[in-house]
Design a protein around this ligand. Structure first.
Ligand code: SF4
Length: 336
């Protein structure tokens, strides 16, 4: 089923292994694609290498299993579902897992939702990046002015990832609304937080348009409450991510310094998977600042028993930037 929906590039996989004469291959898959692991392992084995499938969670291109590959003495990593975002010292092949679903039908339907606006930005994930042209044509034919941003941070113009909406931010002032193409609400919500524009989120897998305005309102209210609650805290845990693309020692050190200046107690915590269970092991800590993946605090705050803030939200709490700046400049800008 998965190979009907996503292009797993099996022939390229074989060719890469032969070309590189790889002997031991670590295969990394995002959560939704894990079920194809055993099948891909067979292909790797047929190509003459020992396959090892990583069973650890993998949510983004920030999480390339470099140290795991080193420990396993693997000579190649095959990473599915994301584009390159970190420089790996072990040869890494990225397979984008493009979706083989057509977007035209749902886009025709979305024209109705887009009727209040004439200047539209388009954004999507790498899985649908080949559909940008189709989308542009449909919208242009309907009389819209279409803009696709290219800030040069990610691989493709118009592409967004969970914590990088720079392509959309670059054109936010020039458009009235965004059309987002992709599964679920996660990236569409990120796009809204990054640009504060109306988002029409078309999901080509479910063939439907997700309403996200209420989710965004709820998240903003909750983030404001979380910042206010954290202001009352005396003792903070500053989380430093251990995933290669999430380590931000500079931000962690700066936040530590600011908190100490404010007379707060600070413990630096190194962590790979940020879960409520891991944080519950530190009952004396009142609140957490997470300098790793910003989506943990934004999307999962209700699962945590103590307030957990992103780096930018911590800057608001500490009075270094205002709440309005966070709203206007976008949730994913780097202020440190
Ligand atoms: S840091 Fe978070 S949002 Fe960004 S790529 Fe990694 S998992 Fe995705």
């Amino acid at each position: 089923l998965f190979s009907l929906i996503f292009d797993l590039e099996e022939e390229r996989l074989k060719a890469e292994i032969s070309k590189r004469k790889a002997k031991r291959v670590l295969i990394q898959l995002p959560e939704g694609l894990k079920p194809v692991g055993p099948r891909l392992a067979e292909i790797v084995e047929e190509a003459g290498a020992l396959p090892i499938v990583s069973a650890d969670p993998c949510y983004g291109a920030c999480d390339i299993a470099i140290s795991e590959a080193k420990n396993l003495k693997a000579d190649l990593i095959i990473h599915y579902g994301h584009t390159e975002a970190v420089k790996a010292k072990i040869p890494t092949v990225y397979v984008e897992a493009r979706a083989k679903v057509d977007v035209s039908k749902i886009l025709e339907k979305a024209l109705e939702n887009l009727s209040p606006w004439s200047r539209i930005g388009i954004a999507t994930t790498v899985q649908h990046i080949h559909m940008l042209d189709v989308a542009r044509k449909i919208l242009t034919k309907a009389g819209k002015t279409v803009i696709i941003g290219d800030a040069g941070h990610v691989k493709y113009p118009g592409q967004v990832i969970g914590c990088d909406y720079s392509n959309a931010e670059a054109i936010a002032d020039d458009v009235e609304a965004f059309l987002f193409i992709g599964g679920g609400k996660f990236h569409a919500i990120g796009l809204a937080l990054a640009t504060m524009k109306p988002i029409i989120a078309v999901d080509p897998f479910e063939n439907r348009i997700h309403p996200i305005a209420d989710d965004v309102k709820r998240i903003l209210k909750q983030r404001f409450m979380c910042i206010s609650e954290a202001k009352e805290a005396e003792s903070f845990g500053v989380l430093v991510g251990l995933k290669i693309g999430q380590i931000d020692m500079k931000a962690a050190m700066r936040i530590r310094e600011y908190l100490k200046e404010d007379g707060k107690k600070v413990t630096m915590l190194a962590i790979r998977e940020i879960t409520p269970e891991s944080l519950m092991e530190f009952p004396s800590i009142d609140a957490y600042i997470n300098t790793a993946c910003p989506r943990v605090a934004i999307d999962d705050a209700s699962r945590f028993h103590k307030p957990i803030l992103t780096t930018n939200e911590a800057l608001v709490m500490l009075g270094k930037i205002s709440w309005e700046t966070l709203l206007n400049k976008g949730w994913f800008k780097h202020f440190i």
